[in-house]
Design a protein around this ligand. Structure first.
Ligand SMILES: [Zn+2]
Length: 203
């Protein structure tokens, strides 16, 4: 599915972005809820050879890799190291894919999966992540800071300061939330506390 929202990642990194965005937390939709769903999505993206039967283990692996990638994107946004658990999931998936260095005449070396099926297709996605890390584009792929959104977006801002998938939706939502929290924490919060008590107290 082509990526339509603003903040599309360049080149093949858009595939990784689209993979993370197969789950829309905000709309509560998910394209990867069955083995067939996993096979169809990966095949549509031209990721590897997925004619082999796809089973529940493949579905679990795909979802685990997707959510581990999302954790890396949250970490990119927060400029912190990702959790050890997420890295372990990705390292295991890379091992199952048998990612191998391939040198060829006239082009730079690259990683390529030896495994077929879903493990190989997930390996192709991880190879794209690896290249993006090497090329320096990876830190710009982030998950929206709004924890009810977490949409993967590419930060095109000059100083790499983008935090939300869309400023008009999540950015303003989060700013309003921060404003309310500040009001509650500060002296201005008192009238609100009174309001809340008036609502909950029996009359
Ligand atoms: Zn968002």
């Amino acid at each position: 599915m082509p990526y339509k929202r603003p903040g599309a990642a360049p080149g093949r990194l858009a595939l990784v972005q689209a993979f993370v965005n197969t789950r829309d937390i905000d709309l509560d939709t998910d394209e990867l809820t069955s083995p067939a769903g996993v096979r169809d999505w990966l095949t549509q993206q031209g990721l590897g050879f997925v004619r082999a039967p796809v089973d529940g283990a493949d579905l679990s692996a795909a979802v685990a890799v997707r959510e581990a990638l999302r954790e890396l994107l949250v970490a990119n946004g927060d400029e912190r190291a990702p959790s050890g658990g997420a890295l372990e999931v990705l390292n295991d998936a890379a091992a199952r894919a048998q990612l191998t260095t391939v040198f060829s005449a006239g082009s730079a070396g690259r990683l390529s999966p030896r495994a077929a099926g879903v493990p190989g297709a997930l390996g192709e996605l991880l190879a794209i992540v690896f290249s993006a890390m090497a090329e320096g584009t990876w830190p710009r792929l982030k998950a929206c800071r709004n924890d009810t959104c977490r949409w993967a977006f590419y930060d095109h801002s000059r100083n790499r300061s983008g935090a939300w998938c869309t400023m008009s939706v999540c950015g303003s939502q989060m700013k309003a939330r921060a404003y309310r929290q500040r009001r509650r924490a500060g002296g201005e919060g008192k009238p609100r506390e009174r309001e809340e008590r008036d609502v909950t107290r029996p009359r």
